[in-house]
Design a protein around this ligand. Structure first.
Ligand SMILES: Nc1ncnc2c1ncn2[C@@H]1O[C@H](COP(=O)(O)OP(=O)(O)OP(=O)(O)O)[C@@H](O)[C@H]1O
Ligand SMILES: C[C@H](O)[C@H](O)[C@@H](O)C(=O)CO
Ligand SMILES: [Mg+2]
Length: 472
């Protein structure tokens, strides 16, 4: 009997419900619902529209009825680090504040007054991003302590949506690791660290791993939707799900390319050595207790903001075409500079950077786009060199997955600057990895190697070779 699973994949720029099932050994996808996601200003805070997003999840489930689809399971994944705090009546104490909110400015440095940076990295293995959950919570403790006093439940965004679906509370492992509050070795909440920071450890829930069946829908939702299903935990950190879908059975460097570019490798143990700290790599949790040794690169957020600055006049494909036409323009920015995390105007910020560094100044949408793509490719190349230095080996190929793998110009740039074979696809890697974890929980797929073989056979993967010869 064929099992049907729904992946709810909500990224920073868009969300989608995708139905997945096995047919003749191949994984089939049907997109049920797609919707926009964005950060909105709520008072003085930059927030996600959590209520609207949950309504979109229900809208997508209602479409199943219209399509005559009766799914067996659902799994939710989103971006990392962000969370909700619930009071004793299970009511949210704040809006869903975004990691791009400036409330964490200066918080990392204040935390280092409580715990040495090196110790924090040795215990958690997590990269130092100013917006990590640890710094968000510390900001609340410093600026609105009454909120933490009332907090009885800490749920990350997917955990919160799972709670609304089932009434059950749990923290899923892959996303919990992104908080920088989980011990990389015990894989549990680091209570010593929480005590050091004066954050009440009682509000955190039991950490559960991908493939866990959390429960079924609440009675209210069954009567609203007209059906019930199993709510299964995928890797609820979207990048954790994306990495599951890398269509490569052997070792490879992956780039999960979307709002962020997450570049790294899969590993069996956490690498918390000084060089990994200096290069700011992370050891986020993966499925089956793998580690995702990777780093955040600012990613296509920059081109999303450039597109917005030009009043969404150009599609992403048109911006690539315009960048190709600007082939002679060359200026490189440090994409990982905090100035690009949430500038008032990304185009202006890029121009200012080029003025400050004495470079040619991009003046057309094509030149700005080319500057972004060239700069991302340079940043990827630096990360590849760092990975090969730490692993003391050369990797032969790079797999690009996610929406960004549709950018053929960037894929070719990556092949040219790294001098490696680049394999681009699948586009919906996150949703695919989400579905794979559900089908594994439903005993439709037995293990990851089998899953990756199925993904490779089921979806298009385009190959890019360096235009210059590969020199070993
Ligand atoms: N046709 C296209 N040509 C070139 N680039 C594209 C195309 N379609 C999408 N993209 C790129 O893909 C990006 C979106 O990727 P994706 O859909 O994986 O992001 P998301 O899942 O919405 O967000 P997140 O990265 O937070 O998960 C866009 O910002 C854009 O740069
Ligand atoms: C904010 C996080 O760095 C971000 O969610 C990243 O981990 C990611 O997975 C983006 O899709
Ligand atoms: Mg995504």
């Amino acid at each position: 009997m064929t099992k049907y699973s729904i992946a709810v994949d909500i990224g920073a720029s868009s969300g989608r419900l995708i139905l997945g099932y096995l047919e003749n050994g191949l994984l089939k996808l049907d997109e049920i619902h797609r919707f926009e996601n964005k950060i909105v200003k709520n008072g003085d805070s930059y927030c996600w529209e959590a209520d609207k997003l949950f309504q979109e999840i229900k809208n997508g489930l209602k479409k199943c009825n219209e399509l005559g689809v009766k799914p067996d399971s659902i799994g939710i994944d989103t971006w990392a680090v962000d969370f909700m705090l619930l009071d004793e009546k299970n009511q949210p104490l704040t809006e869903a504040v975004s990691y791009r909110d400036p409330r964490t400015d200066g918080m990392m440095e204040q935390v280092f007054e409580k715990i040495m940076k090196e110790r924090l990295y040795l215990e958690t293995g997590i990269q130092f991003q100013k917006f990590n959950t640890i710094y968000q919570l510390y900001s609340i403790k410093q600026n609105s302590p009454e909120i933490l006093d009332k907090a009885k439940s800490f749920l990350m965004i997917p955990d919160y949506f799972n709670y609304l679906l089932t009434g059950k509370k749990a923290n899923e492992y892959t996303n919990a690791t992104s908080t920088q509050l989980v011990n990389a070795f015990t894989k549990k909440w680091d209570h010593d660290l929480l005590d050091l920071l004066g954050i009440n450890k009682e509000m955190f829930h039991e950490i559960k791993t991908p493939k866990t069946v959390l429960g079924t829908l609440t009675e209210e939702l069954v009567s609203e939707l007209g059906f019930d299903l199993q709510v299964i935990l995928p890797a609820t950190h979207d990048t954790g799900s994306a990495v599951i879908a890398v269509p490569e059975e052997n070792e490879t460097i992956y780039i999960s390319s979307g709002t962020w570019s997450l570049i790294g490798v899969e590993n069996y143990f956490p690498i918390c050595v000084t060089k990994a700290l200096d290069y700011n790599f992370t050891n986020e949790g993966g499925i089956d207790y793998q580690y995702r040794f990777l780093k955040n690169i600012m990613g296509l957020w920059m081109i999303q903001e450039v597109r917005r600055n030009y009043n969404n006049e150009y599609s992403f494909a048109e911006l690539v075409d315009l960048a190709r036409e600007a082939k002679d323009f060359r200026a490189i920015v440090n994409v990982n500079d905090d100035r690009f995390l949430k500038p008032e105007n990304m185009v202006q910020e890029i121009m200012n950077y080029c003025v400050e560094t004495g470079q040619s100044i991009p003046s057309t949408p094509g030149e700005v786009a080319k500057c972004v793509y060239d700069s991302l490719a340079v940043s990827y190349q630096d990360a590849v060199h760092e990975i090969e230095e730490i692993f003391e080996k050369r990797f032969e190929k790079i797999n690009v997955i996610g929406g960004g793998c549709q950018n053929e110009m960037l894929n070719q740039l990556v092949a040219d600057v790294t001098k490696k074979e680049v394999y681009a696809g699948p586009v919906e890697a996150t949703a695919i990895g989400n579905i794979v974890a559900q089908l594994m929980a439903l005993d439709e797929i037995q293990h990851i190697k089998e899953a990756r073989k199925i993904v490779k056979n089921s979806f298009e993967v385009k190959k890019y070779l360096p235009t210059a010869p590969i020199t070993n």
